[in-house]
Design a protein around this ligand. Structure first.
Ligand code: FUB
Ligand code: ZN
Length: 700
């Protein structure tokens, strides 16, 4: 029904639809990557996997997160009953240096990130109540900013350390998160404007961006870089927004010079590693290093007039980024910095930028990524470990997997290579999706592959993951379809429809129907305005070709059996850079059918991963599976029986409807049946153990 409506729309109301979307767009389409993605609002998700989830997250999750940031939720313990919005009210009342602040210094940023996620969800599911709720918060944030003559806003610094703005006078920017918070305000302003057409938050964000541009940069400005990355991409989006919608400037009560935003984004990237060389965070330890900064030792004459401290390899600030060959440090910071560099590269096409992020991505995916798409092996400092250090009890913060997704998506946009979308998909269906309970109101922070006593939490001292989760899932409509001249790309297999204008002027309605990831059949309906020659490029995932990882970090036993037809006629699959291309004269009603092999497969890791020698994991399609103690008692005594077949069954009454994999294992010398569920659904029944990696039975 919906589909018919869309086809009707495509034929009749298209100019209005495109006008409306283009009117509020501008922060993605403008980028000059190899491929250009459809914008938010142009794509409607309709499938039975993502659509109900997005509806639930738009209602249950959004209100849950906002309630919890207000400290209002009945399930919160006393520790979590603080209201992050009161920080803004205090600042709006002119309070400074009270020493009282609800939550960590980055709570402002977490609230703004939530707004970005809510905005994108509103684009899909408009909701006046939610909009009213966000408008109320925006008024409070705007009022807080109005009390500062410069347009500065960061509630922690104002309320607790007013003398340390931007890390001045011994402030520790690494803890204060001011530039980080500013970055998230900017993206929230952009996304809320895009969703609603309202400019109040965007104006507040632009005012703060202007202040940063006045203050940060080459001398005589100050050498300030975001200690936690993220703002690099935000600044580029702000630049693109105003460059592509110059009329928008007249709606602002402040001047807008978008070139300054682009310059500052580059400055932030290029000035990492440009500092006085101290403190030595790893050698001295965090406490000593912070003391050194607070005592303003960097002001020593030998370091020069404008010296700043180093934020360390943890914050990707020990050496210049272009000299850094591997992905290092705090995993969220690292992946978001990489995202920022890739985003700037969409504009400046600098070989230094492109080579740097390509190397980091190769290192991450080839040597440091977990089979669920998670990264950040080490608990201390929440950071990347050495190559091939992939222990089963690794840290793997949800936010870091979101960072992997954002980074991979930008690399896909920059290069048009499908291997990047493969890893976006891996992170998304596994380490990202596990970050939320099936009820939509419980979350995870760490996502180890094997765990004892696992449970989800209602709220956290550092609730950074729920907002990051919202940001990536709400962006999904933008990751499915792309174009390059007269080529239309299908990137993710999410039931949806859109309309794309190709470089040859051809307007194409395209709709994807699928039951993915539960089966591998994907129907693509093509409806060009009139018959026209162009290419359809469909991603053929590496896992479906039996290539579990592009650098052999993981291997599978899958026998690739992929079929492709056009209007029922078999079509040859010739995968180049991750896509097969079908070039022909397309006409209304053409249908392509792709079948990907989702039968269960066994994954093993490269021998260099010592922790995973003689272990195996199970997968089906993009999903990694795990054994939960609930289904598999005495989990620790099980060893996998690789000789017995694996079966895949859809269980509509299990975990909201999932495919489960059954097979056999050996327990105390006896064969027993095992049941595996998708990893993302772990921890939704009872607290307990689970395992993605099972030891192989050596006797078989
Ligand atoms: O520092 C802000 C966020 O909080 C980080 O991205 C997370 O790792 C958590 O530390
Ligand atoms: Zn997090």
């Amino acid at each position: 029904m919906r589909q018919k409506f869309f086809i009707f729309l495509a034929g009749t109301l298209t100019p209005f639809f495109l006008f409306f979307v283009a009117g509020l767009s501008g922060c993605r389409q403008a980028s000059k990557g190899k491929i250009a993605f459809a914008e938010a609002g142009q794509v409607e998700i309709t499938d039975s996997f993502w659509s109900p989830k997005l509806k639930q997250w738009s209602t249950v999750t959004v209100n849950d997160i906002l309630d919890k940031f207000e400290g209002k939720h009945p399930d919160l313990d006393d520790r979590h009953k603080h209201n992050a919005f009161v920080n803004f009210d205090d600042v709006a009342e002119g309070k400074r240096g009270t020493g009282r602040h609800a939550g960590f210094p980055w709570f402002d940023g977490l609230v703004y990130e939530t707004f970005r996620g809510v905005s994108d969800l509103l684009t899909q599911h408009p909701d006046k109540e939610t909009e009213k709720r966000i408008d109320g918060y925006i008024d409070r944030i705007y009022a807080a900013q109005q009390t500062d003559p410069d347009g500065y806003i960061n509630t922690y610094t104002d309320l607790v350390e007013p003398g340390h703005r931007w890390g001045d006078n011994g402030g520790v920017l690494r803890f204060q998160h001011e530039v980080y918070n500013a970055g998230w305000l900017i993206e929230a302003g952009i996304h809320y404007y895009r969703a609603t057409g309202k400019v109040k938050l965007l104006e507040a964000a632009t005012r703060l961006a202007n202040y940063m541009c006045d203050r940060m940069g080459p001398e005589p400005k100050k050498n300030i870089v975001p200690s936690h990355s993220g703002p690099e991409e935000s600044m580029m989006k702000l630049y693109w927004l105003y460059r592509n919608s110059p009329d928008l400037k007249s709606k602002m009560s402040i001047p807008v010079n978008e070139d300054a935003y682009y310059s500052l984004a580059q400055f932030w990237i290029e000035n990492r590693g440009n500092h006085c060389g101290y403190p030595l965070w790893l050698a001295w330890g965090n406490r000593e290093a912070e003391k050194w900064i607070k005592e303003e030792k960097y002001r020593d004459a030998r370091f020069g007039e404008n010296a700043r401290p180093s934020w360390g390899s943890y914050a990707q600030d020990s050496i210049p980024v272009f000299e850094q060959k591997t992905i290092e440090g705090h995993a969220v910071r690292a992946t978001l910095l990489a995202t920022g560099i890739a985003t700037v590269a969409l504009e400046n096409h600098s070989p230094r930028y492109i080579q740097t992020v390509s190397k980091w991505w190769d290192n991450m995916v080839g040597k440091r990524m977990f089979v669920t798409g998670g990264v950040g092996a080490i608990h201390y400092d929440e950071k990347f470990g050495a190559d091939y250090f992939l222990p089963t009890d690794a840290y793997l913060e949800t936010c870091a997997a979101v960072g992997v997704g954002f980074f991979s998506q930008r690399m896909n946009e920059l290069t048009g290579n499908g291997k990047y979308a493969d890893e976006l998909e891996r992170a998304l269906y596994n380490n990202v999706l596990t970050g939320i309970s099936l009820s939509g109101d419980k979350y995870t922070y760490q996502n180890p592959l094997n765990a004892h006593h696992h449970s989800r939490w209602v709220w956290h001292d550092c609730p950074c993951c729920p907002p990051m989760f919202l940001k990536i899932v709400s962006a999904l409509p933008e990751y499915i379809y792309a174009s390059e001249n007269d080529k239309l790309y299908i990137n993710l297999f999410i039931g949806s429809n859109t309309e794309m204008e190709l470089g040859n002027g051809c307007l194409v309605g395209v709709a994807l129907q699928t039951n993915y990831p539960w089966d591998g059949k994907i129907a693509v309906n093509i409806n060009p305005e009139k018959a026209k020659e162009f290419s359809l490029k469909i991603r053929i995932p590496g896992w479906a070709q039996g290539v579990e990882n592009p650098y052999d970090l993981y291997r599978s036993d899958l026998k690739p059996d992929i079929t492709l037809t056009v209007n029922g006629v078999p079509e040859k699959i010739n995968t180049i850079d991750g896509y097969t291309e079908i070039r022909r004269i397309w006409k209304k009603g053409d249908q392509v059918e792709l079948n990907l092999p989702v039968q269960p497969r066994i994954i093993t890791a490269n021998e260099q991963v010592k922790d995973l020698n003689n272990m195996l994991a199970l997968a089906s399609g993009p999903l990694i599976y795990c054994l939960e103690e609930t289904d598999n008692p005495n989990l620790d005594n099980l060893t996998a029986d690789t000789a017995s077949p694996l079966e895949l069954h859809y269980a509509s009454d299990l975990l909201g409807g999932v495919n489960r994999i059954t097979g056999t294992a050996i327990k105390d010398g006896e064969k027993v049946t095992i049941t595996a569920i998708p990893y993302y659904a772990v921890g939704n029944r009872q607290k307990g153990s689970y395992k993605v990696w099972l030891p192989k039975n050596k006797k078989l």
